[in-house]
Every structure is written in structure tokens, then in C-alpha cells.
Design a protein around this ligand. Structure first.
Ligand code: PBG
Length: 337
């Protein structure tokens, strides 16, 4: 019968060059072998804009996040810049009376989005401004496209988006970010920007955006949720698919996207990694409102250590291959880093 000692001896020889725990034994050596780093430059901060002055309103399903009037958004932009955040992503909560079937407010040069863009650009010129382009923030249906007889129209929607992107570029948007998933919108927006003298403006395409339940709190924040009839599955992607995401990304890059986004974030890190392996372009992920809410409500219930959960989730994006993350935690984390 073999004695225990014999096994141990064998194991120790076998393990001689395989003791991975050596690198984990001390804080300093964990730091030395760490493969990815999280920095404030990785964090893009989405903010919600409302009409008014010195006005802030709570969002029930997003504890700690507030919609800000333009003047407060300017102050927030200053804080973000001082914390090392490179860019803000703006989302307007359009007043109800300005929402319509044709989403005309989307291309009003004086709409809330444009006023926020130009006020922030004026006061804080050294922070990047990402303008979301989609019709759900302006339409009476809460859909990202124009609707006729229950059908989301593709090409007609793209025309409205192009007009919307134009007023945003004129107002000072540095990055145009179409988040709608219509076909052909990146190429159309690129052509318009180049023709209008905005060849310096980037396009960050929400290329792989899934029809997801995790956008619920966002829809409360921008006021589109209670309007939405049906779902977005005829344009946003089926979450069973990932090959298709690579086709979406390839197409958007061909049409002229400078960077691409995967959305939602944590449940879709496999898509980030596949995209990273397949395309040599900057990839961003959006840690969306529902992911934010999961962490906040779990922490409030005592189930998670909030700060640890935030950092672990953000580092996971870097590990998966993201150049950066859109996250509602951006300001607080950038200040901590
Ligand atoms: C709309 C848009 C959505 C989000 C960003 N842009 C919602 C949707 O597609 O229904 C979601 C962001 C979040 O949940 O934090 N075009």
C-alpha cells in the first residue's frame, strides 16, 4: 500500500514550477502580475437632462441618480473633468408636450439636448460630449423609430436621425452615438457629417445592442417607459445570438464607425471578448441602468458589499477587452481611483 507521504512527494515535485499561488501571496506581487488596470480615463458618465434651472429630480429605480437641469449639468461636467472622466454621455428627458409621432423635437436646434451640449461645451471645453441619437427620447411611442401601423420604419427613421445628429454636431457634440439599431444609420450619419464640415466628429455606434430587460430604469429616467407599447425586438438584437453581433459590428465599421459599443454590459462580456478578438477598434460597453439597479438594491438589502461590487464589475469590463465603460458609477469611482 502506498503511504500518504509518497503521494505528497510526488505532488510536490509535480507542483515545483506550477505554484500559481506564489504570485498571489502578497499585495505587492498581486500588483506586479495584475493584467488590467482600471483608471478614471476608462469611465464615461451618462447623465440625464431636464428642463428648468437649479432643478434636480430623483429616479425611483435608480437610487442616487438624478436628472439635472442644464446649469447643474454644467457643474456636473466640471466635477467629472476634475475627476479625470474623459467624456459624458447625455440623455434628455424631453417635456411631454414636445413628444410626437414624428419625433420632430429630435431635430429642433434648440432642443434640450442641444442646449445642454452647447452650455457644457462652452463652460467645460476639455471634456468630450457624446450625444445619443435615437427617437425614443422624443417620440410619443417610446420606440427608437417612427411607427406606421405598428411597424418600425427603418429608412424614414434614419432620415430623422441624420437631422437629429446634425443639430447635435452644430451644438458641439464631439461623438455622435446612434443607439437605435436601424440599418444603415452609421453610413448616413457619416455622410452627413462629412458633407456638413464635421469630418472631425466621431461616431460611436451602439453596434451590438440587445433587446434587454435591463433598460427598465433608464426608461423611467427619460420618461419613455410608460409610453412604450410592445417591445424593441424587431430592431434590437435577440439575446440568443452572438455571431450576428459580429456582423452588426463589421457593418458599422465599414459604414464609418470610429468605435463600437456592446450593450448591456456584464451579461454580454462574451460579446465584448469576441469583438475584441475579431476587430482592432476601441470597444466600449454600457453598464446599463438595470445593472446599476441590481448592485444598488442588492447592496441596500445587505446582500452585497456595494463598493466591492462596483469595482469588481468595472474591472471585468477591462478584463473582457473594453477600452472604456459607460457607467452611472463613473463620478464616484473616478474620485476614488
Ligand atoms: C435609447 C437608449 C436606451 C438606453 C440608452 N439609449 C434604452 C432603450 O434602448 O430602450 C439604455 C441605457 C440604460 O439602460 O442605462 N435609445
Amino acid at each position: 500500500m502506498r503511504g500518504m507521504g509518497q503521494w505528497m512527494k510526488h505532488d510536490m515535485e509535480f507542483l515545483a514550477g506550477r505554484r500559481l499561488r506564489r504570485g498571489r501571496a502578497h499585495g505587492w506581487s498581486r500588483a506586479m502580475v495584475r493584467e488590467t488596470a482600471l483608471a478614471s480615463a476608462d469611465l464615461i458618465w451618462p447623465i440625464f437632462i431636464i428642463e428648468g434651472e437649479n432643478e434636480r429630480t430623483r429616479i425611483k429605480t435608480m437610487p442616487g441618480v438624478e436628472r439635472l437641469s442644464v446649469d447643474l449639468a454644467v457643474a456636473a461636467a466640471r466635477e467629472a473633468r476634475d475627476a479625470g472622466i474623459p467624456a459624458l454621455a447625455l440623455f434628455p428627458n424631453t417635456p411631454d408636450h414636445l413628444r410626437s409621432e414624428g419625433a420632430e423635437e429630435a431635430y429642433n436646434p434648440d432642443n434640450l439636448m442641444c442646449r445642454a451640449l452647447s452650455a457644457i461645451k462652452d463652460a467645460v471645453p476639455d471634456i468630450g460630449l457624446i450625444a445619443d441619437v435615437a427617437l425614443d427620447e422624443y417620440s410619443s411611442d417610446g420606440q427608437d423609430g417612427l411607427v406606421r401601423d405598428g411597424v418600425i420604419l427603418n429608412d424614414e427613421t434614419v432620415e430623422v436621425m441624420v437631422r437629429s445628429a446634425l443639430v447635435q454636431a452644430r451644438a458641439g457634440a464631439d461623438i455622435i452615438a446612434p443607439s437605435d439599431m436601424m440599418d444603415g444609420r452609421v453610413g448616413a450619419i457619416r455622410a452627413m457629417l462629412d458633407a456638413e464640415g464635421f469630418e472631425d466628429r466621431q461616431i460611436m455606434s451602439y453596434a451590438a445592442k440587445y433587446a434587454s430587460c435591463f433598460y427598465g430604469p433608464f426608461r423611467e429616467a427619460v420618461g419613455s417607459g410608460q409610453r412604450l407599447k410592445g417591445d424593441k425586438r424587431t430592431y434590437q438584437m435577440d439575446y440568443a445570438n452572438s455571431d450576428e453581433a459580429l456582423r452588426e459590428i463589421a457593418q458599422d465599421l465599414e459604414e464609418g464607425a470610429d468605435s463600437i459599443m456592446v450593450k448591456p454590459g456584464l451579461p454580454y462580456l462574451d460579446i465584448v471578448r469576441r469583438a475584441k478578438d475579431a476587430f482592432n477598434v476601441p470597444i466600449y460597453a454600457y453598464q446599463v441602468s438595470g445593472e446599476f439597479a441590481m448592485i444598488e438594491f442588492a447592496a441596500a438589502a445587505g446582500a452585497l458589499d456595494r463598493d466591492a461590487a462596483i469595482l469588481e464589475s468595472l474591472q471585468a469590463f477591462k478584463r473582457a477587452g473594453c477600452s472604456g465603460v459607460l457607467t452611472y458609477f463613473a463620478l464616484e469611482v473616478a474620485r476614488r481611483l
